[in-house]
Ligand binder design. Structure first.
Ligand code: ATP
Ligand code: ZN
Length: 298
């Protein structure tokens, strides 16, 4: 379908460039987000960039490590990157939005049989890591004198090789640690994918970025929230509004049976979903329908 020209986003000049990981753990989530934001584009294995068909946007496919510099230097206006890389490099970019995917944690781990159990036990020890700056800052903050050993990969095998006493590495499920006979003793930071932008952008690009940011938030709020509809006795309505914060200001509709009403509202992530459902039932609500929200623009 042809995009309606009145809704087409343009900068009136050169395309806006968005950098994302070419191939890796953040690629699928980044592509899904950009498509849900309305960008129409193809992906090709060997292409380093593509232009969106329906708006003035080029997408650059890069190694994740290069994205912060590209955005900082203004080669790309926006980027999607793990906050772990920002923590390590501290590039001069603005963080616009946490994106709710690419979750992982930088953890310090030791061999199962190690005598190291607490942070203090790391004093005088060697810790292998690809995140030496983040680790150094963390150790300084905790006043622990240990030595980071920089490695680019395969950090988890270093204790077995006698190269280090502990490791500091990204963990998501923890299965890699278990496979290598390691146990975590400390979290350094939590990470997820974030949308970053070049600071001090030209005004026409900045307006475009704000529009894209609104779309990204709309996609995200849509994913996080649920539309809920249920029937309730009219007499229970006040109790429902009082007891259930998610139902404080609902849409109420009359039903054929005057004793009942239909209640429509949105449940946000702050409202614990199943607890809301249980409270609705406790208050006499029934026929509870839950629907996904495609986009939610606040
Ligand atoms: P590239 O070729 O782009 O340099 P890479 O091998 O460095 O790829 P990936 O392993 O794909 O990168 O990880 C990309 C990002 O995914 C990480 O920077 C981090 O933000 C996130 N991530 C999520 N879970 C994990 C995990 N278990 N281990 C490492 N990174 C993870
Ligand atoms: Zn990388």
């Amino acid at each position: 379908m042809q995009a309606n020209s009145s809704t087409r986003l343009t900068t009136g000049g050169t395309p806006l460039r968005i950098a994302m990981q070419k191939s890796g753990r953040l690629s699928e989530g980044s592509i899904a987000l950009l498509r849900e934001m309305g960008l129409e584009f193809e992906t090709y294995k060997d292409r380093l960039f593509v232009s969106a068909r329906n708006m003035g946007v080029d997408i650059l496919f890069l190694r994740d490590d290069d994205i912060p510099e590209y955005v900082q230097d203004g080669v790309a206006h926006l980027g999607i990157v793990g906050s772990n890389i920002l923590e390590e490099r501290r590039p001069a970019v603005d963080r616009l939005l946490n994106l709710d995917f690419g979750y992982c944690t930088l953890k310090i781990a030791v061999p199962e049989e190690s005598e190291i159990n607490r942070l203090d036990d790391l004093t005088g020890k060697r810790i292998a890591t690809s995140y030496p700056e983040a680790l150094r800052r963390f150790l300084a903050e905790k006043k622990i004198e240990a030595t980071p050993v920089l490695l680019r990969g395969s950090v988890e095998v270093t204790p077995a090789l006698g190269v280090a006493d502990a490791i500091c590495d990204l963990v998501s499920t923890g299965s890699t640690l278990r496979t290598h006979g390691l146990r975590a003793i400390q979290t350094v930071f939590e990470s997820q994918a974030v949308l970053i932008c070049q600071p001090n952008m030209k005004p026409e690009k900045s307006v475009f970025v704000q529009k894209l940011l609104m779309r990204a938030k709309g996609v995200q709020d849509g994913r996080r929230c649920k539309y809920i509809m249920f029937n309730a006795p009219r007499s229970a309505l006040e109790l429902i509004k009082q007891r259930i914060p998610a139902c404080r200001s609902p849409t109420i509709m009359d039903l054929a049976d005057q004793k009942f009403v239909a209640v429509h509202t949105v449940i946000t992530p702050e409202d614990a979903f199943w607890e809301v459902v249980e409270s609705i039932r406790d208050c006499g609500g029934s026929d509870i329908l839950v629907a996904p929200i495609e986009k939610f623009i606040r």
